[in-house]
Write a protein that binds this ligand. Structure first.
Ligand SMILES: *Cc1c(COP(=O)(O)O)cnc(C)c1O
Length: 402
């Protein structure tokens, strides 16, 4: 019997064909597939701009750069997330402050965020990084109100939630990453996520100024646009000294570019974009299957006292993960492993990682997150999970407790 992991990519012959065609084309990077992928992804999410980058962590780093996080500035995020959600603040020298989760939703608790903001002088905090953990959308309409009150920006970490949404106060569907409430949102195309590029990421926004800045920062801070710094046409042409003796230049030559700020090489390749584009075509079907798997888990465990699932309104859940909480988690985890089922833990609270402890974070400071960590387990959840494997997982869990 094949091992059953908690998450897994699904590659079809069409995906392979798309990659091969790109490998045989003229461009391996920064060719037409990047733009095509960006436009298709923006359309899928329902957002104006999308910027494809090397991975989700690079996406987060470019966001904190674009929003000018500076040493000493404070940013709030959740302890129950992948470390990258917090690390992007540290890359710019900023300070990460954790706000505990809501024990029912496992998402960052807006009341905890409010408390941090109320207890500090105005201007202490610069921004918020809420995470659509497990694929469940944060209600960003509420977070926007708080952010506006305190002059904060919002980066939505939507790595778990392409295709996820929440319903706003007017009854409208608000897709994760649609830029209606957050300044910037980010996605990852790591193989365990909804869309696989091998490595890959995307930033989405409705803000044109931030969009232009991200494009430049993605490639070294180099741009064809000209600044007031050096932009005499004669300098650009290369005849600055003789300018007065020659015909004055009237347009910039094609080669002329300027490095205006310190950027990075965070580009995605064209063959990765081709894979992403091909996978995007199946995104809706993938979500549908994920929701069907979740329903089956829910039904199977609804009257079992040994399993507690995510509660509350779960409409719009994108189910990157199916998380349960159980007593004797270690025992169940090991039992499942012995039966070839590789469940996983998401996550060890970020504030308790040695690096974040070394910055002053202490055990006991985020009690809901710490309690959640003692009991959480992510069950197999991926579109190609077969019905028979799913039944086997459910039966193996029930057998363990009964
Ligand atoms: C996967 C993930 C990231 C990082 O994405 P990479 O593409 O692996 O760099 C960031 N945040 C969350 C919540 C993630 O799950």
């Amino acid at each position: 019997m094949n091992p059953i992991p908690y998450g897994k990519q699904h590659i079809t012959p069409e995906d392979i064909q798309a990659v091969v065609e790109t490998l045989q084309s003229e461009f391996l990077t920064q060719g037409p597939k990047i733009k095509e992928f960006e436009e298709a992804f923006a359309k899928y999410i329902g957002v104006r701009y999308a910027v494809a980058v090397a991975n989700g962590t690079a996406a987060l780093h470019l966001c904190t750069l674009a929003l000018s996080v500076k040493p000493g500035q404070k940013v709030i995020t959740t302890p129950i997330t992948f470390a990258a959600s917090a690390n992007c603040v540290r890359y710019c020298g900023g300070e990460v402050v954790f706000a505990d989760i809501n024990p029912e939703t496992y998402l960052i608790d807006i009341n905890k965020v409010r408390k941090l903001l109320e207890d500090a002088p105005k201007g202490t905090y610069q921004g918020l990084i809420p995470v659509d953990f497990a694929g469940r959308a944060v209600n960003l309409e509420e977070f926007r109100q708080v952010a506006d009150e305190y002059g904060l920006w919002i980066i939505e970490d939507a790595c778990h939630a392409p295709g996820g949404y929440f319903i706003d106060s007017k009854g409208q569907q608000q897709n994760c990453g649609n830029g209606n409430f957050a300044d910037l949102a980010i996605f990852s195309f790591h193989p365990v996520k909804h869309i696989a590029c091998g490595e890959g990421g995307m930033i989405t926004t409705n803000d044109e100024k931030l969009y232009r800045k991200l494009l430049t920062l993605r490639t070294h801070g180099i741009t064809r646009e000209t600044s007031s710094f050096t932009n005499t046409l004669d300098f650009a042409i290369g005849n600055a000294k003789e300018a007065t003796h020659q015909q004055p230049a009237t347009s910039y030559p094609m080669w002329y570019m300027e490095m205006q700020e310190l950027g990075f090489n965070y580009r995605l390749t064209d063959f990765q974009a081709a894979l992403g584009l091909s996978q995007l075509k199946r995104a809706d079907a993938g979500i549908e299957r994920r929701r069907a798997i979740a329903k089956k888990y829910q039904d199977a465990f609804s009257n079992k006292s040994f399993v507690k699932g995510q509660s509350g309104n779960i409409e719009g859940h994108a189910y990157h993960l199916y998380v349960i909480q159980v007593e004797n988690r270690l025992g169940l985890y090991q039992h499942l492993r012995s039966k070839n089922i590789f469940a996983q833990i998401h996550y060890i609270p970020v504030h308790l990682m040695p690096y974040y402890r070394s910055l002053g974070n202490k055990e006991g400071s985020q009690s809901h997150a710490e309690k959640y960590y003692q009991h959480c387990l992510s069950l197999p959840m991926y579109p190609s999970l077969s019905e028979s494997d799913l039944n086997y997982v459910i039966k193996t869990i029930a057998d363990y407790f009964e």
